[in-house]
Design a binder for this molecule. Sequence first.
Ligand code: HEM
Length: 522
Amino acid sequence: MSNLLASQPARTLLCGLVMLSGVAAFATGAQAQSQTNAQTLTKDNGAPVGDNQNSQTAGPGGPTLLQDVHLVQKLQRFDRERIPERVVHATGTGAHGTFTATDDLSDLSKARLFAKGTVTPVFVRFSTVIPGRSGAETTRDPRGFATKFYTQEGNFDLVGNNLPIFFIRDAIKFPDMIHALKPDPVTNVQEPERVFDFFSHVPEATHMLTRVYSNLGTPANYRQMHGSSVHALKLVNARGGYVYGKFTWTSRQGERNLRPGEIAAVQGKSTSHATVDLYDSIAKGAFPVWDLTVQIIKPEELDKFDFDPLDATKVWTGVPQRKVGTMVLNRVPDNFFEATEQVAMAPGNLVPGIEASEDRMLQGRLFSYIDTQHHRLGANFQSLPINKPLVPVVNNHIDGAANTSGRTGRVNYEPSRLAQVKEDPNARSSQLPLAGTTQQARIARTLNFQQAGEFYRALPAQERDDLIANLSGDLKRVKNQDSLYTMLSHFWKADADYGRRLVKAVGADGAKVATLAAGLKE
Ligand code: HEM
């Protein structure tokens, strides 16, 4: 913690005060920050405070007076300092930087962000998923890797993770999955019993569980990890043609993860080690860099795979990566709350040339983020400085709490002869051919286990040992035998050696697990 404070600019520590110079009554944030002394303390209406040490009382021994507006206001504002934490990904840290498009992607996408040579400001927030705010950054979890690109055509958010896949493939399961992973509502402690009770019903999670219980589930810090969009997005070119693209961030710092024996030591020193690492690196001028690449699948190729490429539980094995650009993070926010806490990343923030695919998880996410942000940050959250696009916002979404739009004019509807705004044909969405009826059915090509086995076999021997130690440690705590044996059969089905080693580590009956595994379908 002391490292972190030392590496922050001194001005951050002044931010609790509303500063007023004797001359310029309306100092901007930047002006206020440059003034280091002789600031007059004020109330929220800007009037000077006479005494910030003693409440107004009725004489030396009497009660406190309600007329002490400064005292009341100070307590009122303090009482309201917290906003709801994110329902997931509550612990995080962020940094500003730039993204430079280094390669020409115009054959695939008309997004100006991807025109070779374009430099776009970005804000990135890294996070853990399950712990509440200020949770330990050593937690075994995927890591959020969310990037807001402030492009010339509006904001584009790439809200991904460090791992290239996800646990489930349909948004309808997300609230249940998070409930199972969050602390037990009785004990308030995360319980493997509940976690594996849920996942024993979700065979498609075998791949992600294998990755999360490998050392990839405990990255050494946020700089030395890769990132992924997880989902395919649609890249749309100027002719209206589209392809599916899955994005990957590759860290130039390399990838480094904590081994099981290292976690306690790191956590014992700091629960914010990854935040400290990022802030320290940027303060030293060692700016972290990632290369962005994209894998492309044409619509007519979707059926060629033995899995569904729009299933978020799958990697796109064998599909080449094409370079898109490079990102550097070079500045930490001056105010953690205003930037990192108030940033609203949303998969629905897209720009012309980038659209959502039909991935059933992504489709749910398009609604969920902007909805939760209305609740978490209020109706006008897109106007907060960290979320505000660089381009003007011109529409008739008006009023609401804490509105600062500065909008003028009588015409707050469209169409109108009195004040015309125009639509942009370039921003019309691409057209998806459809046939059939509405339905509620799982996808056809599930391939629930194969990629988990491929991942397991590709791990170096020591990493495989670590995976067995990490996973069996939690499986041993599952008391319900049906949950335990179902989980073991999923891992056995992925790879028999993987299953056998887990069975041995938890002391289960191998023959029974083998029989269960033999009954499973991919
Ligand atoms: C249907 C599935 C999902 C739902 C409903 C969902 C929902 C949410 C919600 C409600 C938040 C809090 C947002 C906020 O308060 O600003 C969030 C944060 C986040 N989610 Fe998801 N999520 C889903 C799947 C995923 C997947 C598959 C990924 C990775 C590709 C992901 C990555 C993230 C990240 C990185 C954040 C933190 C963003 C930030 O730093 O502010 N989520 N999610």
